[in-house]
Design a protein around this ligand. Sequence first.
Ligand SMILES: Cc1ncc(COP(=O)(O)O)c(C=O)c1O
Length: 459
Amino acid sequence: MIATTDATLALHGGPQAFPGAVGHPQPKIGAEEFMSIAERFGFSADTLARIQQAIADEAWGTGPNLARYATAYPPQTKGAAFEALAREKFGVSYALGVSSGSAALHCAFVAAGVGPGTEVIVPAVGFYATAGMVIAAKGVPIFCDVDESLAIDPTKIEQLITPRTVAIAPTHVMGSVCDLDPILAIARKHNLKVIEDCAQAPGGKYRGRPVGTLGDLGCFSISAYKIIGGGEGGLVITNEQRLWERANQFAEAGGLWRPDRFAPPRYAGELFNGLNYRMSELEAAVDVVQLGKLDTFVSGFHGVKMRILQQLDTYREITPQKLNDVDGDIGYLLRFFPESHALGAQIVSALNAEGIRCGMRGPQPRPDWHIYADMFPITLKVGTTPDDRPFDQPIYQERDGYVEYAKGQCPVADDLYNRNISIALNQWYAPADCDMIAAGINKVLAAYCTKDASATKWL
Ligand SMILES: Cc1ncc(COP(=O)(O)O)c(C=O)c1O
């Protein structure tokens, strides 16, 4: 037996140089940080004291990890729970939680093959992010006019299709749904992908099926202002494995989504450069609860809108917004078009005086990035650097691509968006509230318009 000394290597039986830290680890994220979250959300002093008490007794160890940074998404993460609920709720094979609705669109466009030299047809009314994320994916957005539903007009899509077109991205606008059947038929005929932007209408239905599940990919925002309403979150859903894998690779460039994270590609094209759009665990914790409430939110809004619409008389000078699917309409806005701005202004004043909050943009509106001509980050065609513009990439020009954006290109949108009166509804309205609102609308419309049973019906 060889004698050991302090100099003997631990490998040879000597004492360990560093048997363990003497310092005590502190959690990276501790009680204080959690309390600041609770304070941010305005819990009462009493509740804060109870949370403080509850966490005071906990052994935090190295503390919780709020990132969703774990290989292959172990099922215990809130992010995984959110995705599982999304798959169940929408009845799809794949769901990907991401950091925003914009991130969802960016991933979906990349997944669908949008890139330099390609075009995507987007609606003239919706939100800037749809066209913006086409550009982020290095493609070129082409605006298509809307119809009296304020959603993309399917009869105007085909004339915009070029050899460069790879996708159509209809937006389900403000709780109403697009007319998807003709859009899907056009896409099939021209071999285009359909990416549904459902940011403003999660839980809406078309012919009985949830929006987001009829196209190739469905994108949702879960920002605080949306129906599901979290903080900042997003969701992509699809039934196609390869689309999900491409979206995931783009959202998760660290390769965390793959069973063997750093392994070479399992098939040609599996790996390409991407970003980090992961949904945080804190957001997912809220969103999984919020998504669970979606059906209740939607049935509340829908019931309120239907009860009001059923009671409205028809008027010669008023055209109600066209609803592409009455049963699938969520219903958080009640919209109609007066025949002139002057009439609209009178109706808006009178309704507001009755206590029915509403608005109309009118003839001289302030800019609004929900209509194409005002989407300056798109229409000015300015890149992040002067050379980073999809419009003048050589491949786009080789394919004879050229686009200018200007007011007047989508005349129906130009007219209807400024001339629509929108009444914001509340999912919590009692039947009596709906009846008072319906009576108030009839009272005002009867004062300024001609009641006419043969005028366009509300339903
Ligand atoms: C139609 C539409 N698409 C996309 C987005 C972007 O969502 P987010 O704000 O979560 O990035 C929005 C948000 O307003 C939207 O209304």
